[in-house]
Design a protein around this ligand. Structure first.
Ligand SMILES: CC(C)(COP(=O)(O)OP(=O)(O)OC[C@H]1O[C@@H](n2cnc3c(N)ncnc32)[C@H](O)[C@@H]1OP(=O)(O)O)[C@@H](O)C(=O)NCCC(=O)NCCS
Length: 148
């Protein structure tokens, strides 16, 4: 597998970014300031990760996604490891916010993240339409943190 950073024409990756965050308007709020990392297997794009700098000691994953047909092959985990290794020299913490979806929360907790706080009604207040995952409407944003 090969991981590359995209520095130009980031919107070319909108298609895969929409798997991690289904509202294009929300993606447009962070895409330009994000470092975008993409993973290719045999030259085929499988996964993406968007990272921003929050403050002197913290980076945040804004988007992490793998195309459905390539899921469960370790690609998102490989991107998280890549990001941790790249940023641990200069930063202390990796944070991210996600919907209250048990599968997603388990995924991150198994990879060393712990819940810190929640933003009440984030998905109601910030998205133009209701977001459903696994048949459940997302309401609060759950924040998780990992020490780099
Ligand atoms: C979550 C996601 C990025 C994982 O990508 P991946 O390349 O399949 O990840 P890996 O192969 O490294 O790991 C697979 C793990 O993801 C879990 N997983 C599978 N589908 C999932 C889903 N829809 N949501 C969350 N986790 C999922 C699997 O249970 C597996 O967990 P385990 O290894 O702890 O048993 C991918 O499922 C995805 O793009 N989901 C939709 C977008 C999303 O929910 N993004 C995360 C919120 S920002």
């Amino acid at each position: 597998m090969q991981i590359k950073e995209i520095t130009t024409n980031k919107a070319d990756f909108m298609d895969i970014l929409l798997i991690g965050d289904e509202d294009e308007k929300m993606i447009n709020k962070y895409i330009e300031q994000s470092s975008i990392f993409v993973l290719y297997e045999n030259k085929v794009l499988t996964s993406v990760c968007a990272v921003i700098t929050k403050d002197n000691e913290t980076i945040e994953i804004k988007n992490l996604a793998t195309y459905p047909k390539y899921q469960n092959r370790g690609y998102a985990s490989a991107l998280i490891n890549f990001v941790c290794n790249k940023y641990k020299i200069n930063f202390k913490y990796l944070i991210l916010g996600t919907g209250e979806n048990n599968k997603t929360l388990e995924f991150y907790k198994k990879r060393g993240f712990q819940e810190t706080h929640r933003l009440k009604n984030f998905f109601i207040d910030n998205y133009e339409y209701p977001i459903f995952e696994e048949g459940k409407q997302l309401v609060d944003m759950i924040y998780l943190k990992k020490i780099l």
